[in-house]
Design a protein around this ligand. Structure first.
Ligand code: FE2
Length: 180
């Protein structure tokens, strides 16, 4: 279940209904997939063969198709990040820059953890959304954000795209953003 931290006030939102209400207010899609569908050996595995990646995608085929039909995604894939990923530290350093996209950024976490840092509407300022397996989140197009790993430094996630070629990050230079 996702948890929120509002950076300006250090307020945490941990109750499921409150998390959902907060994210609704910020126009951030937040849903769940049932992780009990995933074979046990894939719950805590972060280096996956192509067959295992396909197995994860097949397991959640109906959830993926449902999102695609509701929201127009055309293609999807599975990403894995862990200490086995070459140059993980360099990658994480690159991740930590606020940016926007011309389409939404949707991730469904199937193992591990991750965190989206998102610029809230109005006076909210930046907030963190801490995600774990089963959480599905979509940051709307043009909303400043970045994604990074949490202290366990590992994640497996499904990504869906409307146009993979069109999905580029535009830097968003924001004096209001302060690194945590
Ligand atoms: Fe992004």
């Amino acid at each position: 279940m996702a948890q929120i931290r509002i950076r300006n006030t250090n307020e945490r939102i941990e109750n499921e209904a409150d998390v959902k209400a907060f994210l609704d207010q910020q126009e951030v899609l937040y849903e769940h997939w049932d992780m009990s569908k995933l074979p046990a050996e894939l719950h805590d595995k972060f280096v996956l063969s192509d067959d295992e990646k396909q197995q994860v995608l097949n397991t959640f085929d109906s959830e993926i198709k449902d999102l695609a039909s509701r929201r127009g995604y055309q293609i999807w894939d599975l990403i894995t990040l862990s200490d086995a990923t070459p140059n993980l530290d360099d990658l994480l350093q690159k991740f930590e820059a606020v940016h926007t996209h011309s389409e939404d950024e949707i991730r469904a976490i199937t193992a591990g953890k991750g965190i989206f840092i998102i610029k809230g509407a109005g006076d909210t300022g930046y907030f963190d959304v801490e995600l774990e397996a089963g959480d599905v989140i979509s940051v709307p197009e043009s909303k400043p954000h970045f994604f990074t790993l949490m202290e366990n430094r590992k994640i497996v996630a499904v990504r869906l795209f409307i146009e993979k070629e069109g999905w580029v990050a535009s830097p968003y230079d924001d004096p209001e953003f302060v690194k945590a």
